[in-house]
Every structure is written in C-alpha cells, then in structure tokens.
Design a protein around this ligand. Structure first.
Ligand code: F6P
Length: 539
C-alpha cells in the first residue's frame, strides 16, 4: 500500500491547496467538468472548492495510490480485508442471475440468487397472507430486531421506500438494548399477527440476542404451554451467517436466510439483511434496488476518471479532508423519506474509515475518516445551519434533491427544492460586507450579517426516489468510502475499535452483582457504578 503523502500528486495538491481560489471566484469559470451523472443521479461538484488543476491532481492521486487495482481485487474476491482474512464482496450481492463469480472455488452468484429466491417466497407469503401465525392469523406487523448494519440499512430503506410499501403491514425496527425500544414497539403489536426477524450476522450480538429472547418470551406467553416450539417457527425468522446459533435459538433452519462472511455488516442491506425491505416493497421492487446498486458498480468498475462518479466522489472527500482540512461532512437530504439516510451513512463511513493504522500496521501520518452527520432539509435550516453559515468550523455539505414529490401538496415541493438550492448558493458564495453595505444594512449590523461562504457543497439531483435510485445513492457512498480508504491505505472493512468496549461492558455488568469486581476498574467507573446502583435502588 502506497503512503499517499509520498506521492507526487499529494505534494502537488498540498501546494495547490495553499493558493486555491475561493468558491465565489471559482464559480465564475466553466464548471461543466465538475458535473456528472450515473444511473439517474446527477452529481454537481461545481460548488466544491476545486479547479481544473485540483481535478487533474486528484486523478493523479487516485492513479498513484493504485485505487483501481485495489478495486479490481475487491470485485474479484481477493481477501482485501486483511486483518480478518476475508473477501469484500457486497458488490456480488447485486450481480445479475446470469453472472458467474468463482470465489474460493465456489460460484457465489448461484448461492446469492438462491437466497434471494427463498426470501422472495417468504416475502410473497407474508404479503398475500399465505403465511399464518400460530393461531392462523395473517402477519400484519413485522419487527426487525438487529443493530448496526443489521438495523440501519433495513430501517433506512423502509423509511426511504414507504411510498412503495404494503401499507397493510406495519414495520418496526428494534435495535437498542434499552428496554424502552422493545417495550414501546411491542405495545404496537399483537403476538398472534407479528413476525420477528432476528437480524444478526454473528447471531451473538448482546443487544440483538437480549431483545430476541424477550420477544420470544412475549410471543410464547400469548399461547398455551404446549405450543412453545411451534410458536417460534411461525413467528420468528433469522438472517445470519451462523446457522448453529440460529438453530440453538429455536428457529427452524428453513426460516433462516443466510449470507456470508464476505458481506460486511455495514454493507449488508442488499443481502438477506434486507428481508424486511423485500417484504415491505415486494421482490420485484427489491430487485430494482439491486439493479441500482449494480449500475453504480459498473460505473465504478469500468469508467475512466472523467466519468467515474464514485471515484471522483471519494477523491473529492480526500481533498476536503486532507487538503482543505475539513473535519466533517453533513449529508442533507431534502427528502423526508431519506431522514435516516445520514444515520445509515454514519456507520458506513465512520465504521469503515475511522482508522488510524494503515494495512501494514504503521500509524498513519495524516487525517483519515471525516465525521459524517446530517438531518433532512428544510429541518436542518431551523437547527444547525447557523453554524454551517457563520460558525468557525467549515463543513462540507452533500445536498440531495428529489425533483418529483410522491405527494401533491401544491407548491410545497417547489418550496423544498428552492430552499435546497438557496442553501447551496449561500453556503458556497456567502455575502460580503460590501454587498451588505450596498444593500443598506446598518454599519453596526454588517459584521453580524456577513456570511463567509466558501463552504464546499455537492448537489445530488434525481427525478424521483424509488428503489433503483436508493440503490444508486447507497452504492455511490459505498464506493466513495472505498476510494477514501484506498487512498489512505487503511482497511475499511474491519472494525476492531468496537470490540474492547463490548468486553469492558461485560465486566462492568458483572460488577453490579459483585462489587468486589470493581477493583478491576478505574476509580471513576467504580464511582459511577456505585451511584447507579444506589439510584437504581431508590437511594
Ligand atoms: O458495531 C459492530 C458490529 O459488528 C457492526 O459491524 C455490525 O453491523 C453490528 O455490530 C451488528 O453485528 P451483527 O449483525 O453480527 O449482530
């Protein structure tokens, strides 16, 4: 893995970043080079703080960091997840049925479509009422129990595609071990007509298994004692790679939909983990979503820099992060249906690139993963946009705009989109003291009304939000995340940083019933545990 800072391109970009013009000056030039489109999503980088020299420099950086070579290794099943010795093949999940991909001696495309077909049968039986609960009632509530990639993708997809969903079925997503999450959800469900989807790649995650066991007890309590085993088979299915653990839980293996260790949790919404999505929108629509993913895969795999949108998106993120020293990126979907899209991207981007060690074990000597966050527009405008406009932190903004509303409320869609474009303009161009003075603003107020602008903004514009476009949007960020990690020389596909916290939590939990164990922890933890126990007991 090349040290990116050692490449000529990095050095040239560092020099350029010291003299790059402000966005206000740049937008007066021809910006057509910075506009592109892929599979129905028009991406406009014209409000990014780049010029032709920077663009050529980023192209050179991608070449000198050999990103295309690592991409090709990923697509063909090399074990690029080196610390876990695994392939990274979420792209295989959306390969057409007639494709073939041999990995470790196995044609995985056949396996993938076998699972998709099994999912489709279940989804159809839930949707048409063929699948009955233990007492013979059809399923009208589906509860996905999972966390991280086993929750965020399905929950986001259901939110994004509600307009395409079967409205006779209510979908819920339980993730937190906080008793509130499951309890408040079960209040909305009837055990006789509820299907629980236990989504867990490992089928060992504490939060998920705790909630799953509680849900099982809740359902079984609704039926006579002798029915216990059969009840589970009619009200529980599993999504996992761990068949033994699924069987141990009591779920019929026939009701388990598998995936593979080469599907990372944060890259799994288009695997069996997407079962709730398929039940909601149907198998045909789910396959349209897969086609959207695949269209971007083809662009990423085959297009040269000039038309390779994910490659440009990822390289631009590195420019903003490492050369303009912008620490956070706000994803601002002007679409209420996409309100959980920023949350989904948080795991995708930050669990992938929140790393400070290169694949060869050396510490990086440069910044890596930016902080991704965001809320839908126009809501954010009434919340944090003040900081975006006049704060001391410069935030890069990805604004997503959907042209056609799925509901007709007169001019409201036009108002929404006008706000999106207005924010892009003001964030990137600002307004100067001279402009304010000319417009008659009082001298004492001018300093308070100056908007520095120069905030880099991308606009992603699509005609409508449908399953295909959702697949396109997700795949764009998946591959942008890949490009960033490849340039930084880090492993974007492991997540060792989350393991220690889980282990320490187990130890602290044990101390609640044996205070002597607190000697194993620092004084602050011991104090917190003691106060918690006192408060819990009402003291
Ligand atoms: O946060 C750590 C993590 O392993 C994520 O990568 C994963 O998506 C989540 O926990 C849930 O894991 P599982 O699907 O195995 O329950």
């Amino acid at each position: 893995m090349t040290d990116p800072t050692a490449t000529p391109a990095w050095k040239a970009l560092q020099i350029r970043s010291a003299s790059i013009a402000r966005i206000r000056e740049l937008v007066d030039q021809d910006r057509s080079e910075f506009r592109n489109s892929v599979a129905g999503v028009e991406v406009d980088f014209s409000r990014q703080r780049v010029d032709t020299t920077v663009w050529a420099g980023l192209k050179a950086l991608v070449e000198q960091c050999d990103v295309a070579n690592l991409r090709d290794h990923m697509l063909t099943g090399s074990h690029i997840n080196t610390t876990e010795n695994r392939a990274v093949l979420h792209t295989a999940l959306r390969l057409p049925r007639e494709s073939a991909l041999i990995v470790d001696g196995v044609d995985i495309v056949n396996q993938i479509h076998t699972v998709l077909d099994q999912m489709a049968v279940l989804a159809e039986h839930i949707r048409d009422g063929t699948w009955k609960g233990f007492s013979g009632r059809r399923i009208t509530s589906v509860v996905n129990i999972g966390i991280g990639g086993s929750d965020l993708g399905p929950a986001m997809a259901y939110g994004a595609l509600r307009a395409y969903s079967d409205r006779s079925i209510a979908f819920h997503f339980v993730s937190n071990v906080d008793p509130t999450d499951l309890t408040e959800t079960l209040r909305l469900c009837d055990p006789e007509s509820t299907l629980f989807i236990i989504a867990s790649k490992t089928f060992t995650t504490t939060e998920t298994m705790s909630n799953a066991q509680q849900a099982r007890s809740w359902v079984q309590a609704a039926f006579e004692a002798e029915a216990k085993g059969d009840v589970v088979s009619r009200h529980f299915v599993a999504l996992s790679t761990n068949a033994q653990a699924v069987a141990n839980f009591g779920i019929d293996p026939a009701n388990m939909f598998g995936f593979w260790d080469w599907v990372g949790g944060r890259y799994s919404m288009d695997s069996a983990i997407g079962l709730s999505t398929m039940i909601a929108i149907g198998a045909d629509r789910f396959r349209e979503m897969l086609d959207g993913f695949h269209a971007v895969d083809l662009n990423f795999a085959n297009e040269p820099w000039e038309t390779n949108v994910p490659m440009q998106m990822g390289a631009l993120a590195v420019w903003n992060r490492n050369f303009l020293e912008i620490e956070t990126t706000a994803v601002l979907p002007y679409s209420q249906y996409l309100s959980r899209f920023p949350a989904y991207l948080q795991q995708l981007t930050m669990e992938s690139n929140g790393k400070s060690v290169r694949t060869n074990g050396e510490s990086v000597g440069y910044n890596t993963g930016a902080i991704y966050w965001g809320e839908p527009g126009t809501n954010g405008q009434h919340s944090f946009y003040q900081l975006l406009h006049q704060g001391t932190s410069v935030v890069a903004c990805d604004i997503i705009v959907i042209a056609r509303a799925q509901h007709d409320l007169g001019e409201q869609q036009d108002v929404l989109v006008a706000n999106a474009f207005a924010q892009a303009s003001v964030l990137s161009l600002g307004i100067s003291a001279e402009q304010l003075a000319k417009s008659g603003v009082s001298v004492d107020l001018i300093p308070h009304k100056v908007m520095p602008g120069n905030r880099p903004v991308s606009i992603m514009l699509c005609q409508e939000l449908n399953p295909y476009i959702l697949g396109v949007l997700v795949a764009l960020y998946e591959h942008s995340t890949f490009v960033q990690g490849a340039i930084w020389g880090i492993n974007s596909f492991d997540q060792w940083g989350v393991e220690l916290g889980k282990k320490v939590a187990t130890g602290i939990g044990e101390s609640f019933s044996d205070l002597d164990l607190l000697r194993n922890f620092d004084e602050s933890t011991a104090h917190s545990v003691k106060r918690y126990l006192q408060l819990r007991e009402g003291n």
